[in-house]
Design a binder for this molecule. Structure first.
Ligand SMILES: C[S@@+](CC[C@H](N)C(=O)[O-])C[C@H]1O[C@@H](n2cnc3c(N)ncnc32)[C@H](O)[C@@H]1O
Length: 258
């Protein structure tokens, strides 16, 4: 198994914190125990994934929750995660999938190979700082075929603050004091916040509003196909209600001049 020091070399303290949190025993057990797709993921699979055989990269596969469903649908699946223990757990669950330890910021994969890249359940948000997140987006675009689809979900600070049934002030007290402290002198609506995960283990989590996400996708050179959510249809409704919307984007058939 790959050593943690190889994986974390050159990474920021915040990202190493995130990787260690996901490598925590309780985290491995939790993700290996997950099996169901979220309804919005089913919707995206049914409506945006190719219907025939296709090469799909399940990036940040965790314990294999999504990998199992992709393989069951007959796709040729490559699945990878930055945490080797996650990859091992996922490998135990399913055969016929090419599993690899993968870092989204420098993918050890060929260019223009995949029809779809899926970075499910907010995995992209744990890459720190923002310029490394951008490197991951460029890498994802590189490994996609022209016309290939990129699907991911990502946290949204406004959706979190106004979450239904949770008064704003109690939400702020419970979740966001550390975030606001961390955010001083940084762009508030496109920033990282901190949440507690397993006792003392923090996750430094990107939390940009959908409008910022859409702008970033465009700047990287993707065409946005849809912002998907169970909380609404319009981007503003989603912005105020959904804690982590889903994004569906396409690599253009002909590369745009940036
Ligand atoms: C919230 S978990 C989701 C796991 C899985 N996709 C699921 O839906 O159950 C996020 C995953 O992203 C992985 N991850 C974080 N940074 C990564 C990176 N740079 N490259 C690849 N995977 C990464 C974590 O190790 C973790 O397994």
């Amino acid at each position: 198994m790959q050593k943690m020091t190889d994986i974390t070399s050159g990474k920021s303290a915040e990202e190493i914190q995130n990787i260690n949190t996901f490598a925590h025993k309780k985290s491995i057990v939790e993700y290996a125990g997950m099996a169901e797709l979220f309804p919005v993921e089913e919707h995206i699979l049914d409506n945006y994934f190719p219907s025939g055989p296709a090469q799909v990269l399940d990036l940040g596969c965790g314990g294999g929750r999504t990998t199992v469903h992709l393989a069951e649908r007959g796709y040729q699946v490559t699945a990878g995660d930055i945490v080797p223990e996650m990859v091992e757990e996922a490998r135990k669950r399913i055969s016929g999938v090419a599993f690899k330890v993968l870092d989204a910021t420098c993918l050890d994969l060929p260019s223009e190979f995949f029809d779809v890249v899926w970075f499910s359940f907010n995995g992209l948000d744990y890459i720190y700082p923002f310029h490394n997140r951008l490197s991951a987006l460029h890498e994802i675009k590189r490994v996609l075929k022209p016309g290939g689809i990129f699907v991911y979900s990502s946290h949204n600070i406004l959706g979190r603050c106004t979450r239904i049934n949770r008064p704003l002030i109690s939400c702020l007290l419970h979740y966001h004091l550390a975030f606001f402290y961390h955010s001083l002198r940084k762009p508030l609506l496109q920033n990282y916040w901190r949440e507690c995960h397993y006792g003392d283990n923090w996750l430094n989590t990107y939390c940009g509003i959908p409008q910022r996400q859409v702008g970033t996708l465009k700047n990287v050179g993707f065409d946005l196909l849809s912002v998907e959510s169970s909380y609404g249809k319009s981007i503003w409704e989603i912005t105020w209600k959904d804690f982590w919307p889903h994004y569906v984007a396409r690599k253009p058939l002909v590369e745009r001049r940036m």
